[in-house]
Design a protein around this ligand. Sequence first.
Ligand SMILES: Nc1ncnc2c1ncn2[C@@H]1O[C@H](COP(=O)(O)OP(=O)(O)OP(=O)(O)O)[C@@H](O)[C@H]1O
Length: 256
Amino acid sequence: MSVRARFQETATELASAPVVELRGVSRIYGRRLTEVRALDDVDVAFSAGSWTAVMGPSGSGKSTLLHCAAGLEKVTGGQVVLSGQDITGASDAELTELRRRTVGFVFQSFNLIGSLTAEQNVAMPLRLAGQRPGRRVVREALAAVGLADRARHRPRELSGGQQQRVAIARAMVTRPAVLFADEPTGALDSRSARGLLDLLRSMVDDEGQTIVMVTHDPAAAATADRVLFLRDGRLVDRLERPSAHAVADLLASWES
Ligand SMILES: Nc1ncnc2c1ncn2[C@@H]1O[C@H](COP(=O)(O)OP(=O)(O)OP(=O)(O)O)[C@@H](O)[C@H]1O
């Protein structure tokens, strides 16, 4: 094989290589009578530059899947590979370090620090990593989410949609390999939610960002590339390039 062909093959492999992979993952809470199997033998890979929505009824294991994939929680069985590293047996210190370098998080409730300005909030992950954040890097992260003119505002001076954009800028300032989002539009009105989903879509399409998002909202799920459906801790269904109708039909079929 020519050097050029080999190079192209390697590039293709890299482009489709999973950023996160769960292999036969189980997560059990409690013991004996109180035992809950929150994840049950889950196999799934999240490839680079893809956006996956995770859906399922309340208690089906969506947040647990997100937390295990991000190394926030240890698995009871199976293996998790994050950014090429098997994290299954990693120590808490190793996990904290790996998360800092490779993972960004966005939650339904924004979780911004109320006493800090938008730019101070965005700078926080860099400070926690022991770096002195440059103003330019922080301002660029805010500009990327359309908030260049809100850098000095505190969270209470921003709308819900703007606060969630600050949270996204904060998650992205370390340039994580994967962004995990737990119901990111759950606290937003439909217009702000649409704007936020468009922002996430452009991060995937323009920057090749990998996103894994838990959502209850069919419209949000339909903006993703793929929908996974969990039930009782098991992956029971999936849709590729779904329409909102297809997602709603899938939900209805599993609820009936
Ligand atoms: N720390 C814990 N201790 C004991 N059980 C837990 C714990 N965390 C989650 N569970 C249980 O594991 C199961 C899955 O929970 P999980 O939060 O992953 O579900 P979910 O699909 O995200 O639900 P929701 O849509 O309501 O947020 C549930 O039965 C829950 O009660």
